[in-house]
Design a protein around this ligand. Structure first.
Ligand code: DON
Length: 577
């Protein structure tokens, strides 16, 4: 009896506490709060990688040093996207306001000419020999060179290169315990991975498969990392690693040669900038389309009272879809590697251009993508996938997206290196006017050419407060949906006053001009909203699924506390101290 009363009392106290917690906690879309760190924070898609980044900063390294260590560690613990055999973009804002971006995107090998992925009948090659799988699908990797460039130019100078590589090397050589997710993801990709000897041996345990809880060691990758640790990027682009890659390519009719590897070049680029309701937006310029499309859509939305329209209202989704339709039509026509094509970046990202595009939006009726072409951004113009973010104790910010494109890239592990190679050649318009694996239609500016970088959608972005201090930094994985994920998370922060976790978790929609339908997420759209939009003429993709996955860090205004957030759509961990 006593026990029962006691339990009852405890239950009452607990209920009161829960009710009180709800009463003080403002109503919120996400119950999960962002992770708090007084000094510094890493938000990446693997806890081990985030912890490694934090350790680097505790030793005196800055956000750039930490970002390098995180990137190298993800190549070991997050093999479906983290990489040495791919490329990406690192957007940096130092605490003195200096902003820059490091473009370590893959380059087309010298043998990759315009029609390399087209057969004699003019059709796109499928399977082996295509831009999506196998030895010919890879661009020349940029990740090792990008990491070394960032270290030499923007690292703190307080930690050694070897200290950034060693944690990754150790994880590869000593192994780590496989999660349920990763063990099953290997199995899910057995169709592709089993086609290539080293991929089968390493990721499928030679056909015997791994189970959750197994210790997963990658000795070949450890060897490659040891060479990078000793010789820097040269340990990848020259000597044994390069020879292993080039020999394997040659044996299998691939495109990459020793010369291609030696000729890989990192490019430092001026970020693209815009503003949204007085907040400066800093993002990735071409060869990513991400920054321009993001700023173009924000420029259009700025003409509407998005807060008043309401977070997931039909009215807002109509305008958002129409703006995206136009921006992606421009992406298809104008965007490509700025070193090869004249991309009118500044014009496309200008308020004036957005105002002209906005005038073609009917507030009551959807337009058909078939009737929406690109705009005319004329005027003088100068030539110009996993995401993680790091903020250090001094306020330096790095926001980095890098990728091997598809999960497990081309599915080829270059023999003896442990390095999974990308299938980034599919981000080119392998046949201009025909859709790629993301359904994106792209034009001549993004056709294949030797030495050219394929157009990307990766959108590492930093948003400033009106006083010029950093408010938040974020990015995402998910092909063209990266852009809409970053865009909607940004609108959620600025217009809907969500915190960074809520902003990233909130359901999203996506439209990319073609195919002409709105993608939505399971339970992400009410039937009434859809009805209203359909009556306006919008069409929907009827297999809802997750739309990208984002990670980000905000800085709390009053306290400076770093607030880390990982998308609830995927795994990962924000770690701060
Ligand atoms: O650069 C791009 O836009 C693509 N290669 C990104 C691929 C991607 O995000 C795949 N993610 N899950």
């Amino acid at each position: 009896m006593f026990m029962k009363n006691q339990r009852l009392r405890l239950y009452r106290v607990f209920s009161i506490l829960v009710i009180a917690a709800f009463a003080i906690q403002p109503l919120s879309a996400a119950w999960r709060d962002p992770v708090r760190g007084k000094n510094a924070m890493v938000a990446s898609q693997h806890e081990l990688a985030s912890r490694i980044g934090v350790e680097v900063m505790k030793k005196g390294g800055n956000a750039v040093d930490a970002a390098i260590a995180v990137g190298l560690a993800l190549a070991v613990v997050y093999p479906e996207a983290g990489n040495l055999g791919g490329g990406g973009f690192m957007l940096i804002r130092l605490n003195d306001g200096t902003t820059t971006s490091i473009d370590y995107r893959e380059m087309a090998p010298a043998k990759a000419t315009r029609d390399v992925f087209v057969d004699e009948k003019g059709n796109l090659i499928r399977g082996e020999g295509s831009s999506t799988i196998g030895y010919r699908a890879s661009g020349v990797p940029g990740t090792p060179a990008g990491m070394e460039y960032a270290f030499k130019k923007y690292g703190s100078g307080k930690v050694k290169w070897s200290e950034l590589v060693e944690p990754a090397r150790r994880l590869a050589s000593d192994g780590y315990v496989l999660s349920y997710r990763l063990a099953n993801l290997f199995k899910a990709y057995q169709g592709n991975l089993s086609r290539y000897e080293d991929s089968k041996r390493i990721f499928l345990n030679d056909g015997k498969f791994y189970e959750e809880g197994d210790l997963f060691k990658q000795p070949d990758l450890a060897g490659t990392l040891a060479r990078i640790e000793k010789d820097g990027a040269k340990g990848f682009y020259e000597g044994k690693t390069a020879e292993l890659i080039a020999d394997d390519m040659k044996r299998n009719n691939g495109l990459i040669t020793l010369e291609d590897l030696k000729n890989y070049k990192v490019k430092e680029r001026v970020p693209i900038r815009g503003t949204y309701r007085g907040h400066e937006i800093i993002s990735m310029p071409p060869p990513s389309s991400g920054g321009i499309v993001l700023i173009q859509v924000l420029n259009i939305l700025e003409n509407y009272d998005v807060t008043k329209m309401g977070w997931a209202s039909a009215e807002k989704y109509h305008v958002l879809t129409e703006a995206l339709r136009r921006a992606f039509a421009d992406r298809a026509e104008f965007m490509g590697d700025p070193d090869f094509a004249n991309v009118p970046a500044e014009r496309l990202a200008s308020k004036e251009y957005a105002n002209g595009r906005m005038k073609t939006i009917d507030s009551k009726k959807a337009s058909a993508s078939s009737e929406i072409g690109h705009g005319a951004p004329i005027g003088n113009e100068s030539m110009d996938t996993t995401h993680y973010t790091v903020v250090d104790k001094d306020g330096n910010v790095v926001t980095n997206t890098y990728t091997i494109n598809d999960l497990y890239g081309s599915a080829v592990t270059a023999k003896g290196t442990g390095v999974l190679l990308n299938d980034e050649m599919d981000d080119f318009a392998a046949r201009p006017g025909k859709a790629n694996m993301f359904g994106l239609i792209q034009g001549e500016n993004n056709s294949v050419q030797p030495g050219k970088r394929p157009l990307s959608s990766m959108t590492p972005t930093i948003v400033l407060r009106k006083d010029g201090s950093v408010w938040f930094a974020l990015g995402a994985r998910g092909g063209p949906r990266i852009i809409t994920a970053v865009l909607q998370s940004t609108i959620n922060m600025i217009d809907h006053k969500m915190n960074i976790q809520e902003a990233i978790d909130a359901p999203r929609i996506h439209h990319q001009w073609f195919p002409d339908h709105i993608y939505f997420e399971p339970f992400g759209l009410t039937p009434d909203t859809r009805n209203i939009l359909e009556k306006m003429g919008h069409k929907f993709n009827d297999s809802p699924g997750n739309l990208a996955s984002a990670t980000g860090i905000a800085i709390e205004e009053k306290t400076g506390v770093r607030l880390g957030a990982i998308d609830s759509r995927s795994d990962g961990e924000a770690v701060g101290y």
